[in-house]
Write a protein that binds this ligand. Structure first.
Ligand SMILES: [Zn+2]
Length: 460
């Protein structure tokens, strides 16, 4: 029997032991060896000058490219064909001599991205399966430790919390069987001082139990998918339960954080929200500092913004994973750059906003492509609308799922229609459908747009 099957068939008390056992193994893997030195280094290096940051990033990039050209079949062939020599790289901008890398290319033949002569020990990573099947992806032990060191030094510490503090997590691990509707919908991981709550069982019927459990666990921090933490916040606001759950900070990631959603969470929990962005492919680490800026950790990856029809896409090159290096990898996530220096005094580059997914676009019969930012703004402006999701299978029409809050009226619906018409024009047909809950992806996330019309290519 596979371990996952055995877990699923065990009683909750045994599952808690499993969760803690998993935690113990992971604790060694993530926080053993060089982990503490890495946290220390990253703590010091956050105050480096722009010149020091650039020189450090260039050195890491040259090393990573040299490894790729020597050990990794895909890049060995590519560099030879293009006449690209990593030793000639004198600036991060020299990366543009290499093509963008689509996830599909990696998925088609993942083994060609793994070193064939000196492979490090491979650790399977979970990657976001927001569209289609997730990518099979591996990391080295060093890359995993670097990843958790970045989480500690650049996310938790910036938010005023640290490893070992009581933390409640709401992410995509399937810790509770999908058909279990009686609960409990959470497990304890003692090795991490963590309460892990299932994202898949969050619904109106179960939310009071989630809130009671959070109240009794009394976490120092709550970390989770933006939509999941927001759902709990909305329930607290709607049911007048303010103050029952009062952590010191909220860490959200993996989905777009709008100002309205941030406001809801800060009101419901009475603390600051810190946004973060990273991927299972370990190519970028972007996190919010105490002054509210999203800083790129230059030691972790090279982040470029490449313009396309839906906006500028994050294209990233991971600098630490020798097990499956990705160079100029298209993340499918949109962002805008900022030249404003941050008041916190760190010179790590800043992104002014993360605006959604490249695939979150609606196409109109006139040929327009409407990106996620204006769509999400239209929904945000509507009172008493909890959330919405757009489905598009032809350029003629879209279907919008609406999850209304109590008191949602005909006037609200008419207002929404006007807001959408301003952005989408009048020829596109819009059908509305009311649902109890917006469906989640297999990874437990929420999508703004589910479209079968395909990803927009980047010109050039
Ligand atoms: Zn800052």
């Amino acid at each position: 029997m596979k371990l996952a099957d055995l877990y699923a068939r065990s009683p909750v008390a045994v599952q808690n032991v499993f969760a803690s056992g998993y935690g113990l193994r992971e604790r060694v893997r993530r926080y053993g060896g060089t982990y503490k030195e890495l946290v220390h280094e990253l703590q010091l290096h956050q105050w480096a000058t722009p010149e020091e940051l650039q020189a450090d990033q260039l050195a890491r990039l040259r090393e990573q490219l040299a490894w790729c050209g020597r050990e990794v079949p895909h890049y060995r062939d590519q560099f030879r064909q293009l006449g690209f020599d990593p030793r000639d790289v004198t600036s991060v901008d020299d990366l543009t001599a290499l093509p963008l890398l689509d996830k599909e290319v990696v998925r088609a033949d993942p083994d060609r991205f793994v070193p064939d002569r000196n492979p490090p020990k491979l650790i399977a990573q979970t990657t976001g399966g927001t569209t289609g099947t997730p990518l099979r992806y591996w990391a080295s032990v060093d890359a995993v430790r670097f990843n958790y060191a970045a989480y500690e030094a650049r996310t938790r510490r910036w938010a005023g919390t640290r490893f070992g503090d009581r933390i409640a997590s709401i992410h995509g691990q399937p810790i509770v069987p999908a058909d279990d509707q009686s609960g409990p919908f959470w497990r304890r991981n003692l090795a991490f001082n963590q309460l892990y709550l299932s994202v898949y069982h969050l619904n109106d019927a179960n939310l009071p139990a989630y809130i009671a459990e959070l109240e009794s666990f009394d976490p120092h921090a709550i970390a989770g998918y933006t939509s999941a933490v927001h759902r709990i916040a909305q329930h607290i606001l709607e049911s007048g339960n303010l103050g029952r759950v009062s952590p010191s900070c909220i860490l959200v990631s993996s989905e777009t954080l709008t100002p309205a959603v941030r406001r809801d969470m800060e009101q419901a929990f009475g603390c600051r929200v810190f946004n973060g962005y990273s991927l299972g492919e370990l190519v970028a680490w972007i996190s919010e500092c105490p002054e509210g800026s999203m800083h790129v950790s230059t030691e972790y990856g090279v982040v470029e913004l490449v313009d396309g029809p839906a906006g500028s896409e994050i294209v990233a090159t991971g600098l630490n994973n020798r097990a499956m290096p990705l160079i100029r990898y298209r993340t499918g996530d949109l962002a805008t750059a900022s030249d404003e220096p941050c008041r916190c005094g760190r010179h790590l580059p800043v992104l002014s906003s993360l605006t959604g997914r490249v695939d979150d676009v609606v196409r109109t019969p006139e040929g327009s492509v409407i990106g996620p930012a204006p769509m999400s703004l239209a929904f945000q402006r509507v009172p008493r609308l909890r959330r919405a999701q757009v489905h598009q299978d032809s350029v003629e029409a879209i279907r919008i799922l609406l999850e209304p809050a109590p008191g949602f009226s005909e006037d609200d619906a008419a207002f929404l229609d006007r807001e959408l018409r301003k952005r989408l024009g009048t020829t596109l047909r819009i059908d509305y459908e009311y649902v109890d809950a917006i469906p989640r992806t297999s990874g437990g996330k929420e999508r703004l747009v589910v479209s079968s019309l395909g990803r927009s290519p980047i010109p050039g």
